[in-house]
Design a protein around this ligand. Structure first.
Ligand code: AMP
Ligand code: GLY
Length: 428
């Protein structure tokens, strides 16, 4: 089978790495890819929202499956575009149609969906520009901290949490009246703060049946001890010890099943991955957000743990026979440390030569923001540069290997968190 994978991050390298292991694969193309995906297939320079260019490429190269890594093409309707085109409609697309992608593309839509299906989540209300006063009254009725969320996609920056009531009102005004996040903040969701520990649950769905993949936890803040600004993710760990059988039974019964059944009841097809961001509040799971794709950097620990053929799993998603597929999981822990460029998550340096990746023997090195120059050197090309994944029988064992490998690789301005997964070790 010829497959086109869309995306260019560590998530896509981890997916490409597992796809390249499959006997079902003939040719793998990655668009636009990075220096790492080029080791698993052929990188092609396509714009992720230029659907006509993707169409031409797919037809010229006899692509039989399209796997969509990031959310933007899904929210823009790439799956619908394929279904509505005579020449493309037979092609299997992994990633939901536009309507379901609204679960990620609109927080208001996601909240209403959860409320319709009694899925536990923080209490909330949505406000528009003409309702700023009502929004302030609502803020005043809540206990601090206050959580304000731009409704639409805002590159992970659209959530503002503050302890100060006055500041919350001001932020509401900036978001709605001054379009702080452009169109994304035409609506703002204000919600109750949930206090607990977060985790990421990934569910493969064929629109009818589902399979829960290994759970993971990511580390969003730039600094050690979860300090400083949010980033795209500084590391991850899978499995998460507190997500024991009792907790996961609650997640499945109260959240996963109502989500899949709710989509079915509302005739919203979903072929792809539901990523449920959860808060564990004293042992009870609440949904923080839905995404309609795999997480990054969670995929760098979740996918390496999948021992069964991932293309077979993708076929189950596309063909509606996911329940017949085997999902075999490596019981070991996996940890991932992300190496970032100097300055990230603010403006950062690019084009730094990366050395000694080949000397790493104890870890998998997934590329995120990298490219190859004409001489074959690997250069940094993004804020998150590399994701270093290791296995271990304990979190301690895995993270020690990731730390060792992170030390070996060098580039100017390299930074990484040395405390990834350590909070979970203390809890064992
Ligand atoms: P989101 O984009 O909805 O995932 O929000 C970004 C981050 O803000 C989440 O990963 C949480 O750490 C935090 N967050 C969002 N909503 C809440 C909430 N209701 N209570 C506490 N923290 C939240
Ligand atoms: N790691 C969080 C995300 O992919 O959105």
């Amino acid at each position: 089978m010829n497959i086109l994978l869309l995306g260019s991050g560590g998530r896509e390298h981890a997916m490409a790495y597992k796809m390249a292991e499959s006997k079902k694969l003939s040719k793998l193309f990655i668009a636009p890819g990075n220096a790492g995906t080029a080791q698993c297939g052929i990188n092609v320079n396509l714009d992720l929202v230029d659907f006509e260019a993707i169409r031409n490429f797919v037809l010229e190269n006899q692509i039989q499956m399209l796997v969509v890594g990031p959310e933007i093409p899904l929210v823009e309707g790439i799956h619908d575009f394929f279904l509505n085109d005579e020449a493309l409609k037979q092609i299997q697309v992994i990633g939901p149609q536009k309507q379901a992608a609204m679960l990620e593309g609109s927080k208001d839509f996601a909240k209403s969906f959860m409320n319709r299906h009694q899925i536990p989540t923080a209490k909330s209300k949505t406000f528009t520009k003409s309702q700023i006063r009502d929004g302030v009254v609502y803020i005043n009725s809540l206990e601090p901290p206050y959580v304000l969320k731009a409704d639409g996609l805002a590159a992970g920056k659209g959530v503002i949490i503050t302890d100060n009531q006055g500041e919350a009102a001001q932020v509401l005004n900036y978001m709605l009246a001054d379009a702080l996040f452009g169109e994304a903040s035409t609506k703002v969701v204000i919600e109750e703060y949930l206090s607990g520990i977060e985790l990421s649950v990934f569910v493969a769905s064929d629109g009818n049946s589902y399979k829960i993949l290994p759970v993971a936890k990511d580390y969003k803040r730039i600094g050690e001890g979860d300090s400083g600004p949010n980033t795209g993710g500084m590391g991850s760990v899978s499995h998460v010890p507190f997500a024991d059988k009792e907790f996961m039974d609650k997640v499945e019964k109260r959240i996963v099943i109502p989500t899949i059944e709710g989509l079915k009841q509302e005739n919203i097809p979903f072929k792809g991955f539901v990523f449920i961001g959860l808060m564990n509040v004293k042992g009870e799971p609440y949904v923080i957000e839905y995404n309609v794709r795999m997480g990054d950097p969670e995929t760098e620990t979740v996918f390496p743990r999948i021992k069964s053929d991932v293309i077979d799993l993708f076929e189950g998603i596309a063909n509606g026979n996911l329940n017949t597929k085997q999902l075999e999981i490596d019981p070991r822990f996996a940890t991932c440390i992300v190496l970032t460029a100097k300055g990230y998550p603010n403006s950062y340096e690019k084009g730094k030569q990366i050395h000694h990746i080949e000397k790493v023997t104890d870890s998998l090195v997934f590329h995120a923001g990298t490219k190859t120059d004409e001489q074959g050197n690997i250069l940094s090309n993004g804020g998150r540069v590399l994701a270093i994944t290791s296995f271990g029988n304990s979190i301690e064992e895995a993270i020690a290997l990731s730390l060792k490998s992170a030390e070996i690789i060098s580039f100017d301005g390299k930074y990484y968190r040395k405390d990834i997964a350590k909070d979970l070790i203390a809890k064992l």
